[in-house]
Design a binder for this molecule. Sequence first.
Ligand SMILES: Nc1ncnc2c1ncn2[C@@H]1O[C@H](COP(=O)(O)OP(=O)(O)OP(=O)(O)O)[C@@H](O)[C@H]1O
Length: 611
Amino acid sequence: MKETSSSAQSLKYILPRLISYSIPYRIGLILAILLLSANLVMDIGFAVVQQVFIDTINNSSMDALMRATVICAIACVIIICCIMLQHYFRYVVQSRMSWDFRAKLFDKSHRIPFSHVQSMHSGDLTSRNNKDAGMAIGMINSIVYDLGYNLLLCFVSFLYLAQMDVWIALLALGSGPIVFLSGRFFDRKLRKLSTEIYKKEAELRGLLQETLQGMKVVRAFALEDVLLNRYVLEREKLNQLQRKRTIINGLLWQSSAFVNNLVLVTCAGLIAMSAIKGGTTTGEVLAFIILMGRVQWPFVHMSQTWGGVQEALGAADRVFAILEMPDEGDLKTSSEPTSSEPTTIPVDSDVITALSLENVHYRHPSLDGSESSLFTGIHLNIAAGETIAVVGPSGSGKTTLARLCCGLYEPHIGNISIYGKCVHDQLEETRAMITYVPQTPYLFSGTIRDNIAFSASDATEEEIIEAARLAGAEDFISKMPAGYDTLIGEHGSTLSGGQRQRIAIARAFLRNAPLLLLDEATSALDNESERIVQQSLDLLMKDRTTVVIAHRLSTVREATRIIVLDQGRIIEEGSHETLLALNGLYAELYNIQFRSSEDEIIDKISSFSSS
Ligand SMILES: Nc1ncnc2c1ncn2[C@@H]1O[C@H](COP(=O)(O)OP(=O)(O)OP(=O)(O)O)[C@@H](O)[C@H]1O
């Protein structure tokens, strides 16, 4: 994933995009910018007040001193109130922009092709959403308020100084760009380091996340020390990068501060000489020195803010790398021509085709960049009402096939259609016609009710209860202290495997889609749970078009058709008896896989009846 580009080009590209997030909050932004004038009055006024006070003391006028004190006190109160308001508007605008930006990224993460998501670590995506997005929006703050304000302060201070001595004022102003440019030497390095740091932080977050999620395995295999060492090692690499960045930031600060101080001392010497010659009052000298700082300081500050902008650009690159990805459905990864054939709906008008795959080619992108094709021109037509069992050795492509049908992967060539609608042209409509029940159900933390009604938010209480009843889940739910309101923990951690599967099946009943894609669970459930889950699944498959990745003999036997996959190709197709008679791969699988599970069942039954 390309994440860095040249600084100037990328700022020109990124800034307008980020600024567009402020449009809904433009009134707050304008108010915050206008209120910056209070800061300006404070900064310039401080120098002017010094001048007035010292000259008043020199003139020994008590009345004038009192008047100046009262005016200053009132002005101070007003200015402080304005500055507080300015901070308030600034905070509100920034936090709202930040939420909008993160929401857009969150939404986009659910729209980019699933294969892209699979190639990233979830910790990386989390990091981009939390830290990087916040830093990118913070950059607007730095540029609009800090850089903008400092330029204004510099300009107004220069005008004030020029009234006193235009040549020294010009010297102070002219040295500003040197101060600023002296820091630019470090930009490229700083930005590169920042991108590396954000990447490393994301990796560490991923490691932490994986360790916490896999805590059962970590403890069971006593891997605590191994993982701790890995964590410490990665943390140390991050520390090294952060140390380097601190050194570069320090060099950036000190180089601009050095040039700044040099110019300050020179100008102060010149104005002191002018005072000795008698052309300037003591108050004016003081105001001059303070204002000179005001002309110079913005350049030092801008230099450092620019360093911060480089860091934020590194973060923004990472966020825009996701935001600029094509949405799923818009992606054609291959330069190879896609099938120009329109989706064919069967000519026999009595038969409705529920699912059709025409000349489908697909290859998984791999993490090391190499790609090898899995499917090379697969054809399959499934009529409405059919139950198709897909079998094949491990790695033959069964799960990939199911994911292609759901539109999670996009074929490089060919078409997949559901009830005549092309999956990738009408993603939402076709997905609404599918229920996908994966091997391991994914439950969200929340209540049982929320999880059943997950894909049907408008479901009534009666419908939820009916779905739970059909899924055989009603019994255990009613025994729980809070019934349907029971909280089930992260990924349903407080439920047993069988209970989790029944909740997922209840979800499928409620969704009531005409096409069911089912990956039969192979996980060992106890006999009773397995029986209930199987009964619920049989009920779910009844009167529905079903494609089932089958692991049980009963499922393959009852299927209207069995598809045998091997290395991404359909090599056999037919009923159980026909395929057995062929004596090919299915017969082999039957002997190794299904027959042994049948024997197991017979064993279980016999041991149960003999006890
Ligand atoms: N996200 C992925 N990225 C790269 N390769 C993948 C990805 N997912 C699967 N594969 C590869 O594609 C091939 C088919 O995998 P798939 O999961 O579809 O097989 P399967 O028949 O469902 O296997 P099993 O029965 O073991 O679940 C395998 O060689 C696998 O390594």
